[in-house]
Ligand binder design. Structure first.
Ligand code: TYD
Length: 470
């Protein structure tokens, strides 16, 4: 028999690939195990593997050449039962499939923004239901409108907050969901810098409340319903901190949050991890890069720049505009969310990125170029009267965001390899679609920019512009 000592340690990438291969074969392997396992071999494999695996599986496969060699030994012998041994030890959580079925309800807890609404529109079949939970009347009205316009039929909205534990528990009781999409979060870094109160409440306390309710609910399930239950926790790449010029975030990147926002998301991720580990909650975490597309609240940089440009206002680029973000079109992200929920390995993390790195200044210039082409200033009377020729003349460099992360970029290899996902919408195509959407939906923009939004804009930009001019 091949001994572990005689095997060369595979490279970290090979180890990760083998790990994924074993994981993918697990379902089949489990069935074959009883018939084909040689007890000696299984025992030897188990012993060796146990030494490098925790009870919740192997989370650091890339950093463990020993583990890679062991997997190599198992797969080299082409012994499917050994894959079952690996899985039974927790090495590679079984890839159970939790496909949503016609008519099933999921608790979709989000802010009613672009990701929620497009996710609902694409997910819910004619008789399916998703339940949205949101906080204020203002946001609820917008969320309802978004859902109706995007064709997200059968979405029900409930007024409340995810920190209200009795309310969340009652939703589990009432709807008996097949799973949870936990998308509810405060997500704007600049707001978190002004005050992190809401971030701690919604992102940390709210996630804890969701986890507790999900745990209680899960305990009440039996059989297939229990096996298929999934809790998808949507998070951000910002929990990993800031990159220099090179490198990418991956599932192995240590947490190093820099803003109050990312600290609150990191805390929520840690709670999810603890519930996976301690209670076996079948949760999956996605850490995604910057989203853009329709229905995005206009405080985020892309809609803000489009809408400011169209009304002839300054385009406020923070600092020197050299900060880099990796942009993903919201529909690509929604596909990833559904795929991970249905086919992702339970108790796993996936990082997801669009593969579109852009410096902020280049992003803003590109928006201006597209606008010059499709909404030329000469044709917009109020802008023509300002004597401007190109939207790029509106660009202003303003006081930087405190603690501004320099660069985010994602290595999406795991989700590509395991689930076959890749971003489909090119950046230019996505930007054009987004710009067209904002141009075609002035009523939506009016509604989104009413209420407390104006106060926020005043708070966030007045001092920045003033500093620039002083
Ligand atoms: P944002 O959309 O707030 O997302 P995040 O902070 O989560 O990455 O900002 C994206 C980038 O754009 C970020 O580097 C900050 C920058 N930015 C500006 O330059 N000007 C602005 O007015 C805003 C809102 C953001």
């Amino acid at each position: 028999m091949t001994t572990l000592e005689s095997l060369p340690a595979p490279s970290a990438d090979t180890a990760a690939a083998i790990h994924d291969a074993v994981r993918e074969r697990y379902a089949e392997a489990a069935v074959a195990a009883a018939a084909a396992t040689s007890p000696e071999e299984a025992a030897a494999g188990s012993e060796a593997l146990a030494s490098c695996c925790g009870p919740d599986g192997c989370s650091d496969e890339r950093s463990s050449p020993v583990f890679g060699a062991e997997l190599y030994a198992a797969t080299d012998r082409a012994a499917l039962p050994n894959a079952a041994v690996l899985a039974s030890l927790g090495c590679g959580n079984p890839t159970a499939v939790a496909e949503l079925r016609e008519g099933e309800t999921v608790l979709d807890l989000g802010s009613g923004g672009g990701i929620d609404v497009l996710l609902s529109a694409r997910r819910v079949g004619p008789t399916g239901r998703a339940i949205g939970l949101d906080m204020t009347d203002e946001m609820l009205a917008l969320a309802r409108r978004n859902a109706a316009e995007a064709g997200a039929t059968n979405v029900e909205f409930v007024k409340g907050t995810i920190t209200d534990r009795p309310l969340v528990a009652s939703l589990f009781d009432k709807y008996e969901p097949a799973g949870v999409f936990h998308l509810a979060a405060e997500s704007h870094v600049d707001r978190s810098i002004v005050s992190a109160d809401d971030f701690v409440q919604t992102n940390v306390v709210g996630t804890y409340s969701m986890l507790e309710s999900a745990r209680t609910y899960l305990n009440s399930l039996i059989g297939e319903r229990k096996d298929r239950f999934r809790f998808l926790h949507l998070s951000t790449d910002e929990v990993f901190g800031s990159l220099g010029e090179a490198g990418y975030f991956s599932e192995q990147t240590p947490y190093a949050p820099n803003s109050p926002y990312s600290a609150s998301k990191a805390a929520s991720d840690h709670f999810v991890r603890a519930y996976q580990h301690t209670y076996g909650l079948p949760a999956i975490i996605i850490n995604c890069s910057n989203n853009y597309g329709p229905y995005q609240f206009p405080e985020k940089v892309i809609p803000l720049m489009i809408l400011n440009a169209l009304s002839g206002k300054p385009l406020p680029v923070y600092g020197d505009g050299s900060n880099v973000r990796d942009w993903i079109y919201v529909e690509d992200h929604c596909r990833a969310i559904r795929l991970v929920f249905e086919r992702g390995a339970s108790r796993e993390t996936y990082v997801v990125g669009g593969g579109n790195e852009r410096r902020n200044i280049d992003l803003v210039r590109r928006i201006c170029n597209i606008l010059d082409e499709i909404a030329p200033m000469e044709e917009v009377q109020s802008l023509h009267e300002q004597g401007l020729k190109s939207y790029s003349e509106l660009i202003h460099f303003v006081e930087d965001r405190p603690g501004h992360d320099q660069r985010y970029a994602i290595d999406s290899a795991r989700i590509a390899r395991q689930l076959g996902w890749q971003a489909e919408v090119g950046f230019d195509e996505g930007l054009r679609r987004t710009i067209h959407w904002y141009l075609s939906n002035p009523d939506w923009v009016d509604q989104a920019s009413s209420g407390s939004y104006g106060e926020w804009i005043e708070k966030n930009y007045a001092w920045r512009i003033r500093k620039e001019g002083s």
